[in-house]
Design a protein around this ligand. Sequence first.
Ligand SMILES: *Cc1c(COP(=O)(O)O)cnc(C)c1O
Length: 401
Amino acid sequence: MSATIPAEALLAAAEQFGTPLYVYQAETIARQFHQLETAFTGHPTRFFYACKALSNQTVLRHLRGLGAGLDCVSLNEVKLGLHAGFAPENILFTPNSVTFEEIVAAKDLGVHLNIDNISMLERFGTTYGGSYPVCIRLNPHIEAGGNYKISTGHIDSKFGISIHQMRHLERVVKSTGLNVKGLHMHTGSEIKDVDVFLRALEVLFDAARRFPDLEFLDLGSGFKVPYKPGDVATDMAELGLRVTAAFAEFEQEYGRPLQAWFEPGKYLVSEAGFLLVRVAVVKQTPATVFAGVDSGFNHLIRPMFYDSYHTISNLSHPEGPERVYTVVGNICETDTFAWDRRLPEVHEGDLLAFHNAGAYGFEMSSSFNSRVRPAEVLLENGELRQIRRRQTFEDLLAGQE
Ligand SMILES: *Cc1c(COP(=O)(O)O)cnc(C)c1O
C-alpha cells in the first residue's frame, strides 16, 4: 500500500458523497507538473496536458493555473479547454482520422494545428497556403509502450505521416507554400526507457533539417508512472538533462532556437486519482473468493481493456490478516478488476480504493448496464469538493423520445 494515500480524506469522501466515487488530489497533480518543469529548466519547454486522460473542468482550470497548455484530440476537447479559460495559443489540436471540416473549425478557433495525414496537409495548403501555421505529426516507427492498444509508433499504426514519406511530404509543403512551424511525434504510452525518447528526438532532428523555419519540436508523451510495487517510472531528471543537451547541440547546427513541447496525460493525473468502491458481497466458490464491488468496468475499464494493474487498499480494515481475492464488478459479463490479489481481509460493506485511477478512469466510463457514472470530488488543501455530480436515472432518460 502506498504510504502517501490520504486514507482519512477518502473515508470521509465516501461517507459524504457515496460510492462509487472518483477522488482527485490537487496537490499530486501540482507535484507532477512541477517535477516536469524542474526537469526541463535547462531548455525552453512547454507542457500541453493531454486532456483525454481526464477532462473535468475543475482539473483543467487547476492545470491552467499551474501553467500548463492543453493537448486536444477532438473539437469538443478544444471547446472544453476554451471554456476552462485556456487561451487558443495554449491549445494544441492533435486529432487523427478527422474530416477537413474539423481541422478548419479548429483553425477558426485559433488553436495550434497538428496535422497527421498528407491528404489533409495538401488540402490545407491548397486552401490557406502559408497563412496559418501548422505542425506536422510524423511517425518514427519506433516500437514502444506498455501495450499494443496504446502503442502508436509501429509500422501498422494509423498515426502520423511515415518518416519514409519525407520526400512526398516535402513536395506537398513546397508546392502549397505551407508554413510549417513544428514537427511532432508521439510514440505511445508507458515508455520507461529514456533512450526511446532520445531516439525519437534524433529522428525529429533528422526531419527538422528539411524544414528551416521551425519554432518547436513536439515529443508527445508516453511518460510512465508506477502502477504496481516495483514499477519504474520514466526518469524525468535524466530525460530532462539529456533532452536539454541534445537540443543545445542540434540548435548549433540548425541555426535558430527550438522550443521543446510535450503532451503529458497520465504523468500528470494518474497517481492523483482514486476510485472508491464499496464491497457488496464476498462470495466463496469452490475455486476462489470473490470480492464483488458496487462498480464495474463501466467505471474503470483499464484492467479489462489494457490488463492494467491497480493497487487496491482496504480502507475499512487496513490491518486485517491478508487473504487472496478476485475483485470483480457488477457488470453482466466478465468484469474483473484484479485476479488473485492479496488484500487485508475483506468484509461486506468495506470501502476499497483503486489507485492510479486519475488517468483514463472516469474519462472512459459509461453507463453500460444502465448504471450511472460516478461523481467526481477534488481533494485540495485537505478539503473535499464535488466537481461533478453523480448521474441520475433522469440523466439516463435525457434526450430520448
Ligand atoms: C494520448 C496522447 C497523449 C498522452 O499520453 P499519456 O500516455 O497519457 O501521457 C499525448 N499526445 C497524444 C497525441 C496522445 O494521443
